[in-house]
Design a protein around this ligand. Structure first.
Ligand SMILES: [Zn+2]
Ligand SMILES: [Zn+2]
Length: 301
């Protein structure tokens, strides 16, 4: 599991940073999280495979988190996309996008589905054999939630060179599940320990933007391998953070520490910060394993 940062700025436009968007990628697909203005150009620049994007998650309806959506959808259509696309977002998003498409007389070649997210509850939006995606209710000026991506335990990997040619698909399946295959006389025919190796561990990634300092999210994101937490301000502007329902770098560090995560990425920086040394230093003073979410950067979860 890895995440590529497409935008790590906040609402005021800046030449240094793009508004919020991230691409989370596993072996099977890519999940787009938030879609600020210009996200499609970031995807182009980074040569991202957009056909792998099947699900988009929008945290809230402030423009810096979804103004890129109509552009992206329109461009998918121009590129003759046929794969269905599902967009998870708060109440109102369906209406906004549908109205834009309607007055542009745009008829989509692909199936577009909106799933209205109840941002107040913590529940699963996706639950399949590979991953669960659940909501993280946040505290912002308008309804807003983050998203938690939790991989399911993976199957063991077969050591192809060691496999007998006569082995059946069912037998391979058992070995991948960590079970031995038995002969009719109950002796072990194939031992999973000698024919497979441990899979890579299942990972957990939490995305929390935008939010005031909210310690109660800790129980949801506890033990995540990586946490992206907004850090719009530094502590010097704590009053401003409280007033606008945003967090400071130190508060992001505090959440990471309380939740016992392995790594913290901070972003959603106010355009007033030109270089981010102070922001990083402040978060690190509370939680040492912190990194700045650098645009174009890819981080292994
Ligand atoms: Zn924002
Ligand atoms: Zn916001």
């Amino acid at each position: 599991l890895k995440v590529t940062i497409l935008g790590a700025g906040s609402a005021t436009p800046s030449l240094l940073r793009n508004p919020s968007a991230q691409l989370l990628t596993d072996d099977h697909e890519s999940y787009l999280i938030d879609c600020g203005e210009g996200t499609q150009f970031q995807l182009l620049k980074l040569k991202a495979k957009t056909s792998r994007i099947k699900n988009i998650f929008i945290t809230h309806l402030h423009g810096d988190h979804f103004f890129g959506l109509i552009g992206l959808i329109s461009s998918f259509n121009l590129a003759h996309r046929t794969e269905p696309l599902t967009i998870f977002g708060p109440k109102g998003l369906d209406e906004i996008i549908t109205l834009q498409l309607k007055y542009a007389s745009t008829f989509l070649h692909f199936k577009l589905t909106f799933v209205e997210v109840n941002v107040k509850n913590n529940y699963n939006l996706i639950d399949n054999e590979r991953i669960t995606v659940s909501t993280i209710p946040l505290d912002h000026r308008i309804p807003c939630c983050g998203f938690l991506f939790s991989e399911k335990p993976k199957l063991r990997n077969l050591i192809k060179e060691k496999l007998p040619t006569s082995i059946s698909i069912n037998e391979m399946r058992l070995l991948k599940e960590g079970k031995n295959v038995f002969d009719i006389d109950n002796s072990i025919k194939y031992n999973f320990k000698t024919l497979t190796i441990e899979p890579s561990p299942a990972k957990k990634y939490a995305y929390c933007s935008d939010t005031a300092f909210l310690p109660k999210i800790v129980e949801i994101i506890d033990g995540s391998d990586a946490l992206y937490h907004e850090a719009t301000f530094t502590n010097e502007l704590l009053d401003r953070a409280n007033f606008t329902h945003h967090s400071t770098a130190a508060q992001a560090g505090e959440i990471a520490k309380l939740a016992n995560v392995k790594k913290l990425l901070i972003g959603h920086f106010s355009s007033r910060y030109l270089d981010l040394d102070v922001n990083l230093k402040e978060a690190k003073s509370v939680f040492n394993n912190t990194e700045i979410a650098i645009e174009g950067g890819t981080y292994l979860i």
